[in-house]
Structure formats: C-alpha cells, structure tokens
Design a protein around this ligand. Structure first.
Ligand code: PMV
Length: 309
C-alpha cells in the first residue's frame, strides 16, 4: 500500500562556493529540472524498514551504522513520531548526477525526510528538513557550509552565510542559465580539503582571494536584484577567475566556460566544488541554442536549461 511521495530539487551555486566554507556569503538557487523523489509503501507486518536506490543499483541498501541515508532516515522516523523500524519499503530515485556539484546527496536526504514525515502523518518545516539533511552532508563531505541543505530544503534562490538563517531576495529579471556537465565526477570533499591545505600553507594569499570572491558575491546580488544580466555575466567571469586562482577549476572546465563565452554567453563559471562537475553559463533567449551547441562540442556530456526567478 502506498503511503507517501515527496521530492526535492538539485541546486546550483551562483557564486561564492568554497569561500562560503570560510564565512563569506554565497548565492544559490534550486534546480527543479533535476530532482530526487522518495516513495514509501507499507510492507508486510514484521518486515521492518528497507531502503532501495534503484538508480544506483541498490535494491536494498544495508542499514550499516554510519550510512548517511540510514542515519537521516532513523532520525526523521524518530522526530516524526513513527515507531522505530517501521514496516516501510522506501524507494529513492534521482535524476541528479552524483558528485557533479548539483547537490545530489542533499536532495536525496531532503526527499527522504519529507516522505518519512508524510508517511507518519506529521508536518515538517524547511528548517527541520535542512537540519536533518545537514547531518548527511557532514557524512558526505566533512565540513559543509550548510548551503546545499539550506537551498534544497527552502526551494528558493537565497543568500547564505554560514551559521545564519538564509536571506531570500527577489530577482529583478529571470535568469536563464545553461548547466553543462563535464562528465568528470569530483567529490566535493577532495576539493574542499585541497583548499584547506592551501589555506594552511598560504593563509594571507588565500584569505585575500576569499575576500575578493565575497566582493563578487555582493556585487552579483546587486546585479540580480537590479535585473542587470550583463553585469551578472561579468561577475560570473570574475568569480570563475578567482576560483581558478583557488585551484578548483580544471582544463576541461576552462574549456567549457571559454566555449560558452565565445558562443555569446554573458558569463560562465564552475558551480559547486569544482575540478569536475558542472559549469553554469548565463545566456539570453537568442544565445541559448548557440551556447548549448558550443558546450556540447567542447565536451559537455549533458546540458540543462533552467530559469531562476
Ligand atoms: O556540493 P557542492 O559540490 O555543490 O559544493 C558545495 C559548495 C562548497 O562551497 C564547495 C562546499 C560547501 O560546503 O559549501
């Protein structure tokens, strides 16, 4: 018997990734074209709770101690007031590529939490979803800033500073973005660790870069609120230059952002942990098709169009 279904979007970081780990602001938006969905069905009495991820070839994820999804499931079951180890068949599906900087892990956890509360007949706030998802983010990548769980739980574009409630802001004009997947899977944990090592070795230089990134984030918020896509594009480019200086870009990512700009994008940058994963290119109606084609020719394995509003 069907009990509940819930979903959660992927996410993109518009600017400020990595610097956000060090207390600087960042801008993020949900990505509804890629989403995670969780379905819960009633199982036979005494069957207990099972968790399947068919898209990942997992028909029965072992309930090993420390598994992030199981940890989140157990915590959500307890908070929702459901009996421990309920007779539920939980199925998680996702169209979000893993380790691509699009928040795949956080979206799976958020869909799971929402479906568990719905199956238990309980309500849950975005803040509660975010707090539960944060636990799995810690397991996935050590010292997360909290931006992924926050934007995915809230489902709205937001301004985020670590440890503070998010601020929502209105865009002066919709933003059309092409999201191009480099096809290279790059764990955020590794990129964040590399930046941490650089920060330990050359704190003054890295702090200066992080401050410069923060400057582009502040300016981008202003450009987005004013509905100025040209300025926003220039700030994407400036942010990308700083991310490359932080050594989280890669030759393939540089080729993709270069191809997007050459084909008429207003600006382009990596999004998320970097060194692989996705880039985002800011386009206008007339440049969608040429930029999409240029990205594919430059090696993108998938290009998604999204509108942030
Ligand atoms: O999960 P990703 O790859 O989108 O990266 C999140 C952004 C980082 O700033 C690199 C890490 C963090 O915890 O904020």
């Amino acid at each position: 018997m069907f009990l509940s279904v819930a979903s959660a979007p992927g996410k993109i970081i518009l600017a400020g990734e990595h610097a956000v780990v060090y207390g600087r602001p960042a801008l993020a938006a949900p990505l509804w074209q890629s989403a995670a969905t969780c379905t819960i069905e009633q199982a036979e009495t005494g069957a207990g709770c099972t968790l399947a991820l068919p898209d990942l070839g997992q028909s029965d994820l072992p309930a090993a101690a420390g598994d992030p999804l199981w940890e989140v499931a157990r915590a959500a079951v307890a908070l929702a007031g459901a009996p421990t180890n309920p007779d539920w068949r939980i199925t998680l599906r996702s169209t979000i590529p893993i380790a691509g900087g699009l928040g795949s892990g956080a979206a799976l956890s958020a869909a799971l939490v929402r479906a568990i509360f719905a199956a238990a007949g309980a309500t849950v706030t975005p803040e509660e979803v975010s707090a539960l998802v944060y636990r799995s983010e810690v397991a996935y990548h050590g010292t997360p800033s909290g931006i992924d769980n926050t934007v995915i739980a809230c489902g709205r574009p937001l301004w985020f500073v670590r440890g503070e409630p998010p601020e929502f802001f209105a865009l002066g004009a919709p933003l059309t973005l092409l999201i191009a997947d480099s096809g290279v899977r790059s764990p955020t944990l590794d990129a964040v660790a590399a930046v941490r090592r650089a920060h330990e070795q050359a704190p003054t230089r890295i702090e200066a870069l992080l401050d410069e990134i923060a400057g582009t984030v502040w300016a981008l918020r202003g450009a987005l609120e004013a509905g100025d896509p040209r300025l926003a594009g220039a700030l994407f480019d400036a942010n990308q230059t700083l991310l490359a200086a932080l050594d989280v870009s890669s030759p393939l990512l540089e080729r993709l952002v270069g191809a997007a700009r050459a084909a008429g994008a207003l600006g382009a940058k990596l999004s998320g942990g970097g060194r692989g994963g996705n880039i985002i290119a800011l386009v206008e109606a007339e440049t969608v098709a040429p930029v999409q084609q240029a990205l594919t020719e430059a090696g993108a394995v998938r290009v998604i169009r999204t509108v942030v509003e």
